[in-house]
Write a protein that binds this ligand. Structure first.
Ligand code: SIN
Length: 304
């Protein structure tokens, strides 16, 4: 018998408890997506939502981490007004904003595009001092199939790390870099020439910021892994080469299938997610079709 080296291990059972006990909300219905996270919301009109509905939506977001809210008919002004009820929209400096709406970024994939905006696991704008707490996307036009957004629960990612590694990482900070996210892979000519939403990045926009590799959610009090290959350059006090072996292990773990869900788009759906406890991934599987989203990010707090 050959003495093989074991190359895989089985994932131990894990889940996010609220997925199995969704609250009975008064203002809409919630259907959980997977055992890990995510839910569909039906029965609420975001353009005319009551204060109670807004409070309940935020509670549902804290329970399920990402919501796909169905059957909306939102103008850009309606979407911005809804965003302001959840916090302060911030304009995003790395793409041209929508005319007349500095807080909205239009994410457009044309049928001939080779690359999709956001097609790698990340949490939004980790290079900001106060990265956005929420991101919302409204679907103006969708491919007939494909273009789902994937999500990964980073509470589960943290909690399922082995205890020795958790002790080693508690209190450790990482350098998150605009250059890594927007100045290297994104600016390669092939990427810029083959995407309808080009990144705008100039040298003077370079910044690096230190954030903890494990952050505590300010509302739920739970700890979440907070590092992604799109932004994290290295651990504080190490070079990128020294940091990459452990970072790569953390990034692979963070996207474990049992931590994920995949939400499917329909025109008129609005997704909103909490960047403080989940990562997301724009699936790039619809060449030959158009996808048009309107995005708003809402200011968060400094991660601790
Ligand atoms: C993003 O990464 O913000 C966009 C996600 C998507 O288009 O599905």
């Amino acid at each position: 018998m050959p003495g093989y080296i074991t190359t895989f291990s089985y994932q131990a059972a894990t889940c996010h408890a609220p997925q199995f006990a969704p609250r009975d909300f008064r203002r809409f219905r919630v259907t959980p997506a997977t055992g890990a996270m995510g839910a569909e919301v039906e029965g609420v009109d975001l353009a005319h939502a009551s204060d109670e509905a807004i409070r309940e939506l935020e509670q549902a977001l804290h329970d399920h981490l990402a919501l796909m809210i169905r059957d909306q008919d939102l103008t850009p002004a309606d979407q911005a007004a809804f965003a302001r009820r959840l916090g302060a929209p911030v304009s995003w400096p790395y793409a041209k904003p929508m005319d007349g709406h500095p807080e909205i970024t239009e994410l457009i994939q044309e049928p001939g595009d080779k690359y999709a905006f956001g097609a790698s696991w990340h949490s939004d704008s980790c290079n900001f001092e106060r990265p956005p707490k929420y991101t919302m996307l409204y679907a103006v036009e969708c491919p007939p199939v494909g273009g789902d957004t994937g999500f990964a629960n980073q509470y589960l990612a943290w909690e399922t790390l082995d205890e020795t590694l958790k002790r080693r990482l508690e209190g450790v900070r990482c350098v998150n870099s605009s250059e890594l996210a927007y100045g290297t892979a994104s600016l390669e000519e092939d990427v810029q020439d083959h995407t309808a939403t080009p990144i705008v990045y100039r040298e003077e926009q370079f910044n690096e910021v230190l954030h903890p590799v494990c952050r505590t959610h300010p509302v739920t009090g739970r700890k979440a892994l907070y590092t992604t290959s799109a932004f994290t350059a290295r651990f504080e006090g190490e070079t990128q080469e020294e940091s990459l072996p452990l970072l790569r292990k953390l990034w692979a773990h963070a996207a474990t299938p049992e931590f994920t869900c995949r939400l499917r788009w329909r025109e008129g759906s609005l997704a909103i997610w909490d960047n403080r406890c989940c990562m997301h991934y724009a699936h790039s599987d619809y060449p030959g079709h158009r996808r048009h989203m309107r995005r708003i990010v809402i200011e968060g707090e400094r991660p601790v």
